[in-house]
Write a protein that binds this ligand. Structure first.
Ligand SMILES: C[S@@+](CC[C@H](N)C(=O)[O-])C[C@H]1O[C@@H](n2cnc3c(N)ncnc32)[C@H](O)[C@@H]1O
Length: 233
């Protein structure tokens, strides 16, 4: 019986952690990307999707955005719905930008890499938003459990799932394949209501076995923006 070995430099190539940022406290110390047109357009599109969810659920009053970054999306949503009570959670430099720009809303600094401390938050939110966040933390279970506790059957959970084809950073890579992600949410008592595609496209790679639910026309969407409902158990 032979022992198969993988050369060290092959690990280095396959598992580059240069962009693996969940433990970086200095994230958002550089905010240059926020000026790029592609980012401006992306936030515009995402706010349009969230506004669509809110318009379908006119009783939406309290919103929690987890891993919000400095709050660009929140300000676009608040421009459309100024009476919302909007809470945001991210790291210290994101809050610094938020405060310097005198953004509306209430910003909480929390480290969510391993756990979710609910201190200061409301007991329930009508809408929870997670835009490109869950794949960055070590303990997605702790986050999803907390979101379940912070929502009820009238709430919506808007969560983006990055397509692996755009070579994003992940702690748990296969977990975010289309079917596996819906299954992960299902095991945490969330039912998929539907999803939106993306205006940005990835390179084309063929469908893999853990994408049986993914419509062909959405294969190269940069993100799948999913809306989940709280499933009573
Ligand atoms: C890819 S960015 C997305 C930011 C924002 N939602 C957006 O769409 O531009 C991931 C966000 O998660 C935050 N984040 C990553 N790890 C975190 C942690 N352990 N605790 C709190 N926030 C974290 C980062 O600071 C960053 O703002």
């Amino acid at each position: 019986m032979g022992l198969f070995r993988i050369k060290h430099n092959e690990f280095e190539q396959a598992f580059s952690m240069e962009r693996f940022d969940t433990e970086h406290v200095n994230e958002w110390i550089s905010v240059d990307r926020l000026q790029e047109q592609a980012w401006i357009d992306r936030y515009e599109y995402e706010s349009y999707l969230v506004n669509h969810v809110i318009s379908n659920n006119p009783n939406t009053k309290n919103i929690l955005e987890i891993g919000s970054g400095p709050g660009i999306l929140s300000q676009k949503i608040l421009a459309h719905y100024p009476d919302l009570n909007y809470h945001l959670i991210d790291k210290p430099f994101a809050k610094k930008y938020f405060e310097e720009h005198q953004y509306k809303g209430t910003f909480f600094v929390k480290d969510l890499s391993n756990s979710f401390d609910k201190e200061g938050l409301l007991p329930k939110y009508d809408l929870v938003i997670m835009n490109d966040f869950l794949e960055h933390v070590y303990n997605p279970h702790a986050i999803l459990k907390a979101v379940y506790e912070l929502t009820d059957s009238n709430s919506n959970f808007f969560i983006s799932n990055p397509n692996w084809r755009m070579a994003h950073q992940y702690v748990y890579r296969g977990l975010f394949d289309f079917d596996n992600f819906i299954y992960l949410l299902y095991t945490h008592h969330f039912q998929l209501d539907g999803f939106y595609g993306s205006q940005l496209k990835t390179p084309h790679y063929p469908k893999i076995s853990s994408e049986s639910l993914l419509p062909d026309e959405n294969l190269t969407d940069w993100n799948h923006y999913m809306v989940f409902k709280h499933r009573e158990v």
